[in-house]
Design a protein around this ligand. Structure first.
Ligand SMILES: CC(C)(COP(=O)(O)OP(=O)(O)OC[C@H]1O[C@@H](n2cnc3c(N)ncnc32)[C@H](O)[C@@H]1OP(=O)(O)O)[C@@H](O)C(=O)NCCC(=O)NCCS
Length: 161
């Protein structure tokens, strides 16, 4: 397994494989936000990769030994914008075919590298909606994310960096 922090040009060059992996990973997901489907991670990631949400995003992409896409942590901001030091994370996933030890190693690597990248950029905390139930279970159990609802948003999660 090889995990690299890549820019939008790499994501564009592998887009069909990325979309296919996202579709398989999120196919059976229970989404937290009403009306969300597998199209949400695909469309959000595509809009970032096409530059529609501005510059400064990078993506952790995991490939197996044959070069197939087996997971990702997409849409990590690498530059502070304006005065906010809170970061809204994108989508994290592993494809369903890999076993749990490999998945855990992958997600651990994603989280440590993403946290380091965000800290280096000057972010102090992550404040984000949590896409799925599995994401909430994993990120609260292993990585210190705290469910912190506010009026108008029951699905707010916070992680101090
Ligand atoms: C979210 C994900 C990366 C977590 O992987 P992980 O850190 O290795 O997770 P863990 O093995 O510690 O399991 C955490 C919980 O998620 C569940 N889970 C793990 N993989 C799952 C999957 N593919 N689909 C549904 N639930 C899953 C586990 O059973 C566990 O639930 P429990 O607390 O009720 O027992 C992985 O589940 C995944 O890729 N899921 C599909 C995409 C997704 O939901 N991404 C999160 C977006 S916020």
């Amino acid at each position: 397994m090889e995990i690299s922090l890549v820019d939008e040009s790499v994501m564009r060059s592998r887009w069909d494989d990325v979309e296919d992996a996202l579709r398989r990973a999120f196919a059976g997901s229970h989404f937290n936000d009403e009306g969300y489907t597998v199209d949400n991670p695909i469309n959000y990631t595509r809009s970032v990769v096409e530059g529609r949400l501005g510059p400064g995003f990078k993506h952790l992409l995991a490939l197996d030994d044959a070069g197939s896409v087996i997971g990702g942590f997409f849409c990590i901001q690498t530059e502070l914008k304006g005065s906010t030091t809170a970061h809204d994370i994108g989508w994290i996933f592993a494809v369903p075919e890999i076993d749990r030890p490999m998945r855990r190693e992958m997600i651990d690597t994603f989280m440590q590298r993403a946290f380091a990248t965000l800290r280096e950029a000057g972010f102090r905390r992550i404040e984000s909606n949590m896409g799925t139930r599995a994401g909430g279970a994993s990120l609260s159990r292993h990585y210190g994310f705290v469910h912190s609802p506010v009026p108008g948003n029951d699905n707010r999660w916070v992680k101090e960096l």
